[in-house]
Design a protein around this ligand. Sequence first.
Ligand code: S3P
Length: 179
Amino acid sequence: MREKDNIILIGFMGTGKTAVGKRLAQALGKKFIDTDKEIERVTGMTISQIFQKHGECRFRSEEKLALKKACSLNNAVIATGGGAVMDEENAEIMQKSGRIICLTARPEVIQKRVKRRDDRPLLHRDKSIKRIEELLKEREPYYKRYAEAFFDTSDNEHSEVVKNIIDYLEGKKHEDDQG
Ligand code: S3P
């Protein structure tokens, strides 16, 4: 089923997909693509502006385009937005494009990280643990369905997470692997 050699990072907001993805790409000598950054580049708007001016629907269609483009490349690490995998077509595109790895973090850690910047429209008004848990509950079944392995970034340095992912990809066992 897999047609390309990419590594696709999925997972909730604030789990470190961009930060870990960049370092993972560097360590593996692969290109790094962040679909949110691509959307901002192509549209000339920030993610928040797209939500505000045009609504979530428009964002999701830009997201699909960015994902299709990124997944058609080869030899890349692709960081996706936290909601991308909820769309079935997106999930199929990812599955064909490479190995899907999910990053996770505890709700309190996610809250601490998302509080630093106000660039996530879905947590714009409410960054409470309750809101984060609500969204997590909605998304987790999708992450579980599509990811082959999970890495918790709550207590680990990015470099440690990268090392664990590479060990996993190379077939070595490590304690966080639930796949
Ligand atoms: C979203 C996550 C965000 C971004 C957008 C919607 C989501 O990306 O795509 O705000 O639906 O979970 P990050 O997961 O990189 O924060």
